[in-house]
Design a protein around this ligand. Structure first.
Ligand code: SAJ
Length: 427
């Protein structure tokens, strides 16, 4: 007799939902994956990874996940986990449309006894003020009685070789005791990390925005130091490495040409917005966001200064931007500062070549050699390993006279020694 595996449904098969679906599948669940992108569904049913990720490409081959666009398929699941994106609007306010669409579709198919878990990052209060009413009104079922609601914020770190969906500790909050117990039981059955019960849905929601706002302010701290140390002639990276020898109470972060990704530059706005709606102004979080948002401009200003030193006007200068992804070795360029850098360079009238091997569709050159051809200056915006390996001679042979190391990832001294104008971020 076929093992009557418990069925779980994962809504949203992206960077968060797909690793979770593959893990649940590996741990013996019957997994229904629901996504509104039919091409992605098609690829998954052919056991092909829909985005660049070696681990996913491997696991998808032997997975038995059933991908579909049809929400009716979730009716036979005991647990439904919502992992849809929660981006921000142009004005930095939270964009909850994808979450609302998912809640609407789940509610219509919701069955008695089911547990609904939201993993998408939301500001405190969203589970109770948006998710809960939508699920109840459109299903006619009562939360905490006919179905259960919990929040377990995602903690996927794309590209991380050490921490993954199976071993990362999690926090879980729910509306009431039964839902909390059910959610903890589910995560206990698939992950090896610690599972910390929180006192409420709001506490669980607050954990995620706090941990990412913490990272954003720490990056802003070193980005401000980088600007000040540039004037003081101090290498800020050396100083951070020195401070990091302190075995307690110091956590190194590093300056750069900006903060990208779908978490760090986004999540603080959830907290800022929610607090503002409730009468509190997060001055410090907002200032940190402004400092980080100012780094692309800082990097381009370094480039203008470097060209000046070579008596090259930035207007009509040939500048190559190396890197579009928001962090190394990934093909994700959401909120990437590279696009701000390109915008500023266009405003200055530079001729721009763009090259990122992970984002060919947005590159203007198809190889590094082509990108560097006859360039006057280069700016490293992503620390892909292929860029870290570029030698000073490669730049010199291409005619590059100025290198802005937006990720402080090049050996500074080697570039200075051959007469290239090297400028890092704070070094
Ligand atoms: N960045 C800096 N300086 C730093 C660290 C990062 O400028 O010291 C920049 C990166 O270049 C990138 C952006 O910030 O543009 C975000 O980098 P990230 O390493 O924080 O990468 P993310 O966005 O993938 O962050 C994830 C987050 N994980 C979750 O939200 C579940 C974050 O909480 C983790 O702290 C982070 O990974 C991590 O530690 O790697």
């Amino acid at each position: 007799m076929a093992h009557n595996r418990e069925t779980v449904a994962i809504i949203g098969l992206g960077y968060v939902g797909l690793p979770l679906a593959l893990l649940a599948d590996k741990r013996g669940y019957k997994v229904i994956g629901v996504d509104n992108n039919s091409e992605k569904v098609e690829l998954l049913n052919q056991h092909i990874a829909p985005f660049a990720n070696a681990e996913i490409a491997r696991s998808i081959k032997q997975s038995t996940i059933e991908a579909t666009c049809d929400f009716n398929a979730i009716k036979k699941a005991s647990t439904i986990i919502i992992c849809v994106p929660t981006p921000i609007h142009e004005d930095n306010t939270p964009n909850l449309e994808p979450l609302k669409d998912a809640c609407k579709n789940v509610a219509v198919a919701l069955q008695r006894g089911q547990l609904v878990i939201v993993e998408s990052t939301v500001n405190p209060g969203i589970s109770e003020t948006i998710v809960l009413p939508m699920l109840q009104e459109l299903s006619g079922l009562k939360a905490g009685h006919d179905f259960y609601l919990a929040h377990c914020p995602e903690r996927i770190n794309p590209g991380d070789k050490q921490w993954n969906v199976q071993n990362i500790n999690r926090v879980v909050g729910s509306l009431e005791e039964v839902g909390l117990k059910k959610a903890i039981k589910f995560y206990r059955s698939i992950i090896t990390g610690e599972i910390k019960p929180m006192g409420s849905l709001k506490e669980a929601e607050a954990v995620k925005v706090v941990e990412n706002a913490f990272r954003d302010i720490n990056i802003a701290f070193v980005n401000e130091l980088a600007q000040s140390f540039s004037k003081l002639g101090i290498d800020v990276v050396n100083v951070i490495e020195g401070a990091a020898t302190k075995p307690f109470a110091f956590m190194p972060h590093y300056p750069g040409c900006g903060v990208g990704g779908h978490c760090i530059p986004v999540d603080p706005y959830y907290l800022i917005e929610y607090a503002r709606e409730n009468g509190f102004n997060h001055k410090f979080l907002s200032l940190a966001r402004r400092i980080n948002l100012g780094m692309p401009r800082f990097a381009v200003d370094l480039l203008v200064k470097g060209l000046n030193e070579k008596k090259i006007a930035v207007k009509d200068a040939r500048v190559v931007v190396l890197g579009l992804s928001y962090k190394p070795e990934v093909d994700d360029y959401r909120e990437s500062p590279s696009f701000e850098i390109i915008k500023y360079l266009e405003e200055y009238g530079a001729h721009i070549a763009i090259y990122d091997p992970f984002v060919p569709e947005k590159s203007t050159a198809s190889s590094l050699g082509e990108a560097l051809e006859r360039a006057d200056a280069a700016i490293i915006a992503t620390a892909h390993s292929c860029f870290k390996e570029i030698s000073p001679d490669q730049f010199l042979e291409a005619g590059v006279a100025v290198v802005i190391d937006g990720r402080n990832c090049l050996p500074k001294e080697k570039f200075i020694k051959v007469g290239i104008i090297y400028k890092g971020i704070g070094r």
